[in-house]
Design a binder for this molecule. Structure first.
Ligand code: AKB
Length: 313
């Protein structure tokens, strides 16, 4: 059967890289991209509208005979704290609707959870797959609730929904958005053209992180895995890197001159509530997860690409 794929939040940080990967794999005509706005150079089928227009969404699912949804729409941690009501409405409302459509039209669903599902009471080092989930951000609350809702729809209605807890994703195609780990992207975006960056976190803040290519690889691998292998229907821990802000600064300095000033703001409290490192052995055992990028490779890749994008020598 031909897969016909819908991606929501298609032009955000992950979607901007996932959509072309899906188009390469399944063909341009089989990938439908939905977001609030579209980049000028996008080639493919897209619809530009607010995801909360559920009747319209349902018509698109029917019209294109969608089989699989990558539901990426989400307000991140910083945006969520600025508007908790909207965060709940958008993150949870849209997930509930996508899961209901999945029930009705027998869709397979990918939905990203996050390390934001963890909190201060979670073991900080080598955080286990099954552990205490008491987040203190509304974004984290939507991730824990979302994980449980996914599991419920799987158990109750047999919906084939799969999820990973993404660490902070480092990428270069889209500018940093309103998350806590997005400082890492901003360090490149501001550091390359100006040689300076003011970091909103302490230099010793260590957070699990991952290059975007590994994040795309994880999503595609998980969705392709045989359903009998997927025994976790909440969300899988997946790990790649874990670096401090200072370690990132030092790695970037091997390529460009950079002065970083550390001036922690509200984001520090959020970062301090997340683990340092994750145990992702369940994902590695059950569906063969492995990452490719280490910090030097990630840094070189981003600097090379961003310099080209920014036309900086
Ligand atoms: C954020 O920082 O809010 C996100 C995340 C870790 O989910 N990047």
């Amino acid at each position: 059967m031909v897969e016909r794929i819908l991606v929501t939040g298609a032009f955000g940080q992950i979607g901007s890289e996932l959509v072309p990967a899906l188009q390469r794999e399944y063909g341009k005509d089989n990938v439908i991209a939905i977001d609030m706005k579209k980049p000028q150079d996008f080639e493919g089928i897209s619809y530009i509208f607010d995801i909360r227009r559920y009747d319209e969404l349902k018509e698109i699912i029917k019209k294109h005979r969608i089989t699989t949804v990558y539901h990426l729409v989400s307000l991140l941690s910083v945006a969520g704290e600025a508007n908790p009501d909207l965060c709940w409405e958008l993150n949870m409302g849209s997930l509930k609707n996508i899961l209901d459509f999945a029930r009705e039209f027998n869709l397979k669903v990918f939905w990203p959870s996050s390390i934001a599902a963890f909190g201060k009471t979670t073991p900080r080092y080598n955080t286990p797959q099954q552990t205490i989930l008491e987040p203190t951000t509304i974004y984290g609350v939507t991730k824990v609730s979302g994980e449980l809702l996914c599991q419920y729809y799987n158990l109750k209605y047999g919906v084939d929904v799969r999820s990973v807890r993404f660490p902070g994703i480092v990428s270069w195609k889209t500018p940093p958005s309103q998350g806590t780990t997005e400082y890492s992207i901003a360090m490149f975006y501001e550091g390359i053209p100006t040689g300076r960056y003011t970091c909103p976190l302490r230099e010793d803040t260590r957070i699990p992180m991952m290059y975007v290519d590994d994040a795309i690889k994880a999503a595609l691998m998980l969705m392709k895995a045989d359903s009998s292998k997927i025994r976790t229907r909440t969300s899988y821990n997946i790990a790649a890197l874990s670096f401090t802000a200072k370690e990132l600064e030092e790695e970037i300095k091997k390529h460009i001159p950079l002065v970083v000033e550390y001036r922690p703001d509200d984001r520090q409290k959020i970062a301090d509530s997340w683990p340092d490192t994750l145990d992702d052995s369940t994902a590695r055992e059950e569906w063969g997860w492995s990452h490719d990028y280490d910090l030097p490779r990630l840094t070189k890749e981003i600097i090379t690409n961003l310099k080209k994008k920014m036309k900086v020598e």
